[in-house]
Design a protein around this ligand. Structure first.
Ligand SMILES: Cc1cc2nc3c(=O)[nH]c(=O)nc-3n(C[C@H](O)[C@H](O)[C@H](O)COP(=O)(O)OP(=O)(O)OC[C@H]3O[C@@H](n4cnc5c(N)ncnc54)[C@H](O)[C@@H]3O)c2cc1C
Length: 364
């Protein structure tokens, strides 16, 4: 066996689907601590009662963008509406539809035959590839460990009223939601729905956009200009792009306007005396918080910038990739190559390029 994926979440799973175009399950080892690829996503989406995906028809786990989930939905519902909505960038699959798709693809692709339930402590470059703990040497390795834990602002860590939005919770009657992204916006509506009085605390005004980074950065042209940025410019660009945002539209605005008029929703600059404080403050940022990535960087002296591992445009680590072996990153740790790496489209981007590398090594 010559190919391994470390991390069995949605990014590793999406990369796996791309690899399956050329490789059999027995030729791929997937290391992870959960064999359900949707487990972390499922838990977090359930905690904030998210019902609709932010992504559109292409937010799926298969190797090619088309046919996407709108096509699947049109077939199932015997209706053209999902396809028409998709053309207008208005189609968003439900979370349930998406999770059904993951289950379907999991069984069909042979994922469970490739799974090895192990936490990986170390990936080390050796002559013929990469040694993964005591599990052998693999010529091509892609690491997709996901986010390195939930982020709670330092001044709130010891506050007994605090729960992170991605942890299970029910709403108290007075709630402060800290944050300004989609999880925060979803929690404003959830808490109002539960009859709570809601205070929003945010460091800056939320950005309103449909996808988590501007559409431009999903295109070949947008990416080409992103890849031309210097290290300093790219760091600054990523910091701007990854600021919290949520989609524009009446779904949020109408409810919030009504609640503001009724005195049930207001914005404040700091945490007040609410019974409950929900931190919709995302994840810890940077490879240093992930023991596997930190060790990889330290042991191999890899180039980094402000918490990101510096990658080639194809999401590989240049210092450890050549005509005989590949080390690539996917998911949030691939942001240096693809700003929206922490999406399904981003995982597909890394997966396709990983497979290209594997194929080009085979033909040498
Ligand atoms: C609520 C929510 C809604 C979202 N909505 C969308 C959407 O609409 N569209 C979209 O495209 N994206 C969406 N995303 C983003 C994205 O799809 C997820 O973040 C995705 O789950 C990332 O997958 P991942 O594999 O990188 O990380 P994870 O799903 O967290 O999986 C990582 C896996 O690797 C394992 N692992 C970590 N370290 C090791 C190790 N050392 N050894 C072995 N295993 C390890 C972990 O245990 C975990 O199982 C959403 C995310 C959230 C939280």
């Amino acid at each position: 066996m010559s190919v391994a994926i470390v991390g069995s979440g949605l990014a590793g799973f999406t990369v796996y689907q791309t690899l399956r175009r050329s490789l059999e399950p027995e030729q791929i080892a997937v290391f992870g601590i959960d064999d359900d690829p949707a487990a972390p996503f499922r838990r977090r989406a359930a905690a904030i009662s998210q019902r609709e995906m932010r992504s559109e028809s292409d937010g799926h786990c298969l190797a090619t963008t088309f046919p996407g989930l709108s096509f699947r939905s049109a077939k199932k519902r015997k209706s053209l509406v999902p396809l028409v909505d998709s053309v207008r960038d208005r189609y968003h699959p439900s979370v349930d539809e998406f999770l059904d798709h993951v289950d379907e693809v999991r069984w069909r692709s042979g994922w469970d035959r490739s799974m090895r339930l192990n936490r990986v402590e170390r990936v080390a470059a050796v002559d013929a590839g990469f040694e993964i703990d005591g599990h052998g040497v693999f010529r091509h390795v892609l690491i997709a460990p996901g986010h390195p834990g939930l982020n709670v602002p330092a001044d709130l860590r010891d506050d007994p009223r605090v729960v992170h939005a991605y942890e299970p919770h029910v709403h108290a009657s007075t709630v402060t939601v800290v944050g300004a992204g989609l999880a925060a916006a979803t929690e404003w509506l959830n808490a109002l729905e539960a009859g709570a009085e809601v205070v929003s605390v945010r460091r800056r005004e939320p950005v309103r956009r449909p996808l988590n980074v501007p559409r431009h950065y999903f295109s070949r042209r947008g990416l080409a200009s992103y890849h031309r940025l210097t290290v300093v410019e790219r760091t600054a660009r990523l910091q701007t792009l990854l600021a919290p945002s949520y989609p524009p539209g009446r779904r949020f605005d109408a409810r919030l306007e009504r609640a503001t008029d009724d005195g049930a929703f207001r914005v404040e600059s700091s945490v007040n005396g609410s019974e409950q404080v929900i931190c919709a403050t995302g994840f810890r940022r940077g490879f240093r918080h992930d023991a596997l990535l930190a060790r990889l960087v330290d042991e191999h002296g890899l180039e980094t910038a402000a918490g990101w591992i510096v990658l080639a445009p194809d999401s590989t680590v240049s210092a450890l990739t050549d005509g005989t072996r590949t080390l690539a990153l996917a998911g949030v740790s691939g942001q240096w190559a693809f700003p929206a790496a922490d999406t399904l489209a981003g995982a597909r981007y890394a997966g396709r390029r990983f497979l290209q590398r594997i194929r080009s090594c085979r033909t040498r």
